[in-house]
Write a protein that binds this ligand. Structure first.
Ligand SMILES: Cc1ncc(COP(=O)(O)O)c(C=O)c1O
Length: 346
């Protein structure tokens, strides 16, 4: 069976984790601080706070911006429910935007249409590793939280995603670009926001009381993520190589994949194709031992029963994510291409 996604672990990762275990100091400590410094320096941002998940990173980002009841936060409909949850945790109002069907990302001109006097932030994911048009969105002059859960290491006009927003968030879920089992991070050049987030991450030994959280990352997770961060360029190189095999092998089959606009670097966290009969296709691939998935389980407007969002609906119905991860073998990629060809009758 070729699984849809897979954790990457090598001897160096195991040695890093073992070192922490042997030290007997497992909770948040020097490995977390080191990961914060290394990630901030890699992305090109001044400050970072590690947290327990990408969702926690979003939650604390919204709190740091004092977003609450009566505030509106703009997000895409075509995304996982983590964004919606974070907005609901702070009792703000989510405002959904339809996506650009060509890139699966939200665009400045569509965001502009829903900005009101209550808009306090825009959360901008770079879906599946393809950077959104982040410059145009930042120039709308609303605080931007860049969601880099899929895009660690992807560049927009030569600069890493995560370095454009007022805040940016990362997820270190097991099968993400950097996998720590679970984990997350917030990056920003704004020290006040970062200090607020650092304070809210931990409840213990505080001079005054306010509601705080236990959103800490452990040193065990941090050692694993840092070990992976060192190999990120290799991971990206491998993902791009696989994408090239798919681009060449699937050309002309009617299984469209997003075109990469000029100036953006797609790192292929997901390789998504678009097909008329996606559910049947996934079943057929499964019979051949290849696990494929819908890359977004269900769009947010469908959960919220909101009308419109035609591009999101069309993309969601047709999108299929085929396996792509650094440990996927070249023979497996050829088997995948052959299987897609056979199923699509080429
Ligand atoms: C775009 C996006 N943002 C945020 C998250 C939340 O990350 P986590 O699962 O670490 O809470 C996810 C999760 O997959 C995601 O896809």
């Amino acid at each position: 069976m070729i699984t849809h996604s897979k954790v990457i672990l090598d001897e160096e990762d195991l040695a890093g984790v073992t070192k922490v275990l042997r030290s007997g100091l497992l909770a948040q400590g020097k490995y977390v601080s080191s990961l914060e410094e290394k990630t901030a320096s890699f992305i090109g941002v001044n400050h970072a706070v590690a947290v327990s998940s990408g969702t926690a990173a979003l939650h604390l980002s919204l709190l740091s911006l004092e977003i609450g009841v009566g505030s509106e936060v703009i997000i895409p409909s075509y995304v996982c429910t983590a964004l919606l949850n974070a907005i609901n945790y702070v009792r703000a109002t989510p405002i959904l935007v339809d996506i650009d069907p060509g890139t699966y990302n939200i665009k400045a001109e569509d965001i502009k249409r829903v900005i009101s006097e209550r808009t306090r932030a825009i959360i901008v994911p770079h879906m599946f590793g393809l950077p959104s048009d982040i410059d145009s969105i930042v120039s709308l002059d609303i605080p931007v939280i860049e969601d880099c859960a899929h895009s660690v290491g992807a560049k927009f006009r030569g600069r890493y995603t995560g370095s454009f927003g007022l805040l940016s968030i990362f997820s270190f879920y097991a099968t993400k670009m950097l996998g720590g089992g679970e984990g997350g991070m917030v990056l920003s050049n704004n020290l006040d926001l970062i200090e607020t987030i650092r304070d809210l991450r931990d409840y213990d030994e505080k001079k005054t009381y306010t509601v705080r959280y236990n959103y800490k990352l452990t040193d065990i997770q941090a050692a694993l993520v840092e070990s992976q961060l060192r190999k990120l360029p290799l991971f990206i190189e491998r993902r791009k190589k696989i994408a090239k095999i798919y681009n060449n092998g699937l050309d002309g089959l009617g299984a469209a994949t997003p075109l990469v606009p000029e100036g953006r670097e797609h790192i292929y966290y997901r390789y998504v194709i678009s097909l008329e009969n996606s559910l049947q296709f996934m079943k057929e691939m499964g019979k051949r031992g290849i696990e494929c998935r819908r890359p977004v389980f269900k769009p947010l407007h469908r959960y919220l029963k909101l009308p419109g969002y035609y591009a999101t609906d069309e993309v969601w119905e047709k999108a299929v994510s085929i396996p792509v991860y650094p440990s996927l073998k070249t023979e497996e990629t050829h088997l995948i291409v052959d299987s897609v060809k056979r199923i699509l009758g080429a």
